[in-house]
Design a protein around this ligand. Sequence first.
Ligand code: ASP
Ligand code: MG
Length: 468
Amino acid sequence: MIVMKFGGTLMGSTKAIQHSASLVLRSTQHGEKVAVVPSAMSGVTDQLIKISASAEQGHIAFANDEISLIRQRHLNTAHELGASAESLTVQKLLELLDSLGQTIHGIYLLRELSARSRDLIVSFGERLSAPLMALALERMGVRAHDLTGGQAGLVTTDTFGNARPLPQAYERIPSRLSGLLDQGITPVVTGFIGETEKGVITTLGRGGSDYSATILGAALGADEVWTWKDVDGVMTTDPRMVPEAQNLEQLSYEEIMEMAYFGAKVLHPLAVTPLQERGIPLRVKSAADPDFPGTLVTAHPKGLKNGVKAVTAIRNAAIIDVGGAGMVGVPEVVSKIFDVLAGEAVNVIMISQSSSMANISLVVLRSDARRAFDALKSQFANSDWIKTFELWEDVAAVAVVGEGMRGTKGVAARLFTAVAAEGISLHMIAQGSSELNISFAIDETDAEKAVKAIHKAFSLERLEPSDE
Ligand code: ASP
Ligand code: MG
């Protein structure tokens, strides 16, 4: 049994959906059971976020225009996939589109948008795409049935925008889906969304379809979870930056998690966690080249002589620096800082603290930086703890990932020698306690130079399997 996830690009048009469905057919043809997890059509989640924000601000005409575009795109796709105007698929799409319009109108009247209503609104992306995938499969002779995450048993916490599966999901999912699978029907389960115990729609965070797929895979005891991509598996770095970038045949759960966290757009950072506990492999597969094995993610991947496996850069970062002698010996300052940032929903990418403890530097996404900075200032400006506040924008965070770094001497020296040879100065350095990443912050303008130099220093254009 395999769970297959298709991202927004692979759901982005009639052609793309048909191709994705044909990838499912390749497996079901051989008697394999498959559960399918589609994302929203490309761009739709962003559009829905914009629509909800504009309704809240009273720009209803703009919101309605955008809804019309979403409506046309989905109805055209259904039509091109062969659905008649009277078909159940079209009826279902029309009902969903009506309900989206009403919800947006409600937001407009109330001028109020909670995290809970935002989850409801963005859920329409996947609720509209899943019936299209089911239709495409049926048209190819694969019996299919579409369900929402909640209908499929994915119960979550009520942390809207960032929900987590509850333990009972792992029992409910098989009880909801086994019947279909046993009858040879392919369940098509909306990615990204779940439901609280009370039946309120939640989302698992941006890119959450990966997470939906791995939760399903774990719950169903799948043999493997495949996330189909429009690239060849996971690469040593972004091939647009370094054309010599190579495909990585194998990675560990921890490595891919570090890479996801540091901005390689491979996977939702928590996606491997359900698989890790059960030892279920994840495969990142190329939709354009389905025979290519892609990247296999397991607990014990084949090692590489290279030591380092990948280098990634988050370009749109910023550094916030806070300091003051009053911080020395006051451990609660750090937890207070994190409380303030959590309250603003800011993710901290890197943190480092000087050994005198009189200074803490944080790297955050630039889009969060100003908000985070202002919140810290207003919280601490009148405290005895923190006296100086500085904000540097135009920063990039570079991360180097690989299990071979663990316990290997000289990796850091080689890394920073390569960076220094380019005349790049470092603003801060952090090493994860897992010792499988080193990350550092530099000027954004140096990002590409740094990535290229590191890729070369560790010979990532030529991967060599280790001897054991
Ligand atoms: N559609 C959602 C997003 O754009 C979930 C996903 O694509 O994984 O974030
Ligand atoms: Mg996605």
